[in-house]
Design a protein around this ligand. Structure first.
Ligand code: GRF
Length: 201
């Protein structure tokens, strides 16, 4: 059983998908803490409803990113966290932080990386005119939405899609992919060789 921390900034539908998967016995682990940089995040409410510990760490309260992250790292240490899941967490982690949890931080991104990293990935995809987009779960490294790819799901872009409709269709698959990737990690089925993920049977 692994100890999971989920970092969030917003509505938390991916957090909810993880909570639901754990309840259904689909993840060999439990969420020990949900940490948000946004006190208004609805994700916090979802955590409370499920009796999960929460912490709000306000970025602007600190003089530097280092101090801000040190507080987060302390919380992670208390709960002996094995895996950090970024589920709609809107900040970049420093390389110091990433190195401390090397290959133990995963992120969900609403595009087929390495296409369209960064903010508003669905909008970027529509503006580019791609016919297929999707979502990606990957390990976090020091770059922006880079790092070894664990799972991807392709979603067709329709002619009449707007940002909202495409995001909605992609989100449905995010909710499947993220719990699945967490379970692969929990079962120790992920092997990384030269930045490429191989899944063990
Ligand atoms: C998702 O689209 C995720 O891919 C991106 O941020 C969004 C978070 O949504 N990183 P939610 O807060 O999980 O509902």
């Amino acid at each position: 059983m692994i100890n999971i921390a989920v970092l969030v900034s917003g509505r938390g539908t991916n957090l909810q998908a993880i909570i639901d998967a754990i309840k259904k016995g689909r993840i060999d682990g439990s969420i020990k803490i949900v940490i948000s940089d946004n006190p208004e995040a609805y994700a916090l409410e979802r955590a409370h409803r499920n009796n999960i510990n929460t912490e709000v760490v306000l970025y602007k309260k600190f003089n530097s990113k280092k101090e801000y992250e040190e507080v987060i790292l302390k919380h992670l240490c208390v709960y002996k966290i094995d895996l950090i899941v970024l589920a709609g967490y809107m900040r970049l982690l420093s390389s110091n932080f990433v190195q401390k949890y090397h290959h133990r931080i995963i992120n969900i991104h609403p595009a087929l990386l390495p296409a369209f990293p960064g903010l508003n990935a669905q909008r970027q995809a529509l503006r580019y005119g791609v016919k297929v987009s999707g979502c990606t779960v990957h390990f976090v490294d020091e770059g922006l939405d880079s790092g070894p790819i664990i799972l991807q799901k392709a979603v067709k872009v329709k002619q009449d899609d707007d940002e909202e409709s495409l995001s909605r269709r992609i989100l449905k698959y995010e909710h499947q992919l993220l719990p699945r990737a967490i379970q692969l990690f929990a079962q120790d089925r992920i092997k990384i060789i030269k930045n490429i993920v191989f899944l063990k049977e």
